[in-house]
Design a protein around this ligand. Structure first.
Ligand SMILES: NC(=O)c1ccc[n+]([C@@H]2O[C@H](COP(=O)([O-])OP(=O)(O)OC[C@H]3O[C@@H](n4cnc5c(N)ncnc54)[C@H](O)[C@@H]3O)[C@@H](O)[C@H]2O)c1
Length: 262
């Protein structure tokens, strides 16, 4: 594990399970972290557990003034910024029936705000000689899923803007990559299963080669790797942290050839 002592990260969407997993991983590796989220209650709870090196800052990523204030806070509190993680998201989505207003809200939170934030934080990262940005994409940006449209479109676009941003931020010595989680143990799963991890794992089993949901810590490990010097020649790409979800073809994990002989 890389030592991130004296490094500073801003993580948006940091308050719930996956975001907090990224924050915990950074803090565990010695980094100081600004948690930028609109969920103040959960965010402050996580920050208070992790001590003085982690600070919650209320930040609505759709508001330019909030983004500016968050970056200024990171500079004042911790002396600068080295890494930025765009994780904030909304599942607001009604498939093809999504209203124009909801389309625009979804794209604003899930996509546009990430690039506005990246543009604003890049000069600050450059002041420290460069660093890295990690965007959260998803399996949802690679394949169709029932009932989804706006979220998937935003995540597919996230994969593309990652490539563009990598090219455009190269002069500032900033690498830009994304992670695409598969089904990950997260707030929505806690709610839907009434906190039964075994149930989430058994539903996820048939369509993940690793036959379970992922853990926030497993996603966080990929984020930290992409920020670390070990990833010094990696930019403009995606790491699938999806337990093999996107490696499986239409036959699933069924031995269809064997079925021919039955
Ligand atoms: N849960 C999964 O299985 C899964 C799978 C693939 C990708 N992902 C991605 O992982 C990330 C986290 O997902 P999650 O399931 O934990 O979602 P979540 O809804 O629990 O967390 C999203 C966070 O973003 C915050 N947020 C929402 N709007 C915001 C705004 N305007 N400004 C600032 N913060 C805002 C929320 O308060 C919340 O803390 C997302 O980018 C998601 O697309 C999740």
């Amino acid at each position: 594990m890389t030592d991130f002592t004296n490094k500073v990260a801003i993580v948006t969407g940091a308050s719930t399970l996956i975001g907090a997993g990224v924050v915990r991983a950074f803090a565990g590796a010695g980094a100081r972290v600004v948690m930028a989220d609109i969920n103040e209650a959960d965010g402050k709870k996580v920050a208070s557990e992790l001590g003085d090196g982690v600070a919650f800052r209320f930040t609505d990523v759709t508001k330019d003034d909030d983004i500016d204030a968050c970056i200024a806070f990171a500079e004042k509190q911790f002396g600068g910024v080295d890494y930025h993680v765009n994780l904030a998201s909304t599942y607001l989505d009604n498939g093809i029936h999504t209203s124009r207003e909801d389309w625009l809200t979804s794209l604003n939170v899930n996509l546009v705000s990430a690039m506005v934030f990246a543009d604003k934080v890049a000069p600050v990262i450059a002041k420290r000689g460069g660093g890295a940005i990690v965007n959260f994409a998803s399996i949802a940006g690679k394949v169709a899923q029932p009932g989804r449209m706006t979220y998937s479109a935003a995540k597919a676009a996230m994969l593309q803007v990652t490539r563009n941003a990598a090219m455009q931020l190269r002069p500032r010595n900033i690498r830009v990559n994304s992670v695409s989680p598969g089904w990950t143990w997260s707030n929505i799963m806690v709610q839907l299963t009434e906190n039964k991890r075994e149930k989430a794992d058994s539903v996820a089993k048939p369509f993940h080669i690793i036959e379970r949901t992922g853990d926030p810590a497993e996603v966080a490990a990929a984020v930290l790797f992409l920020c670390s010097d070990q990833a010094s020649f990696i930019t403009g790409t995606d790491i699938a942290v999806d337990g093999g979800y996107t490696a499986i073809g239409p036959e699933g994990m069924v031995d269809a050839v064997a079925m021919l002989a039955e």
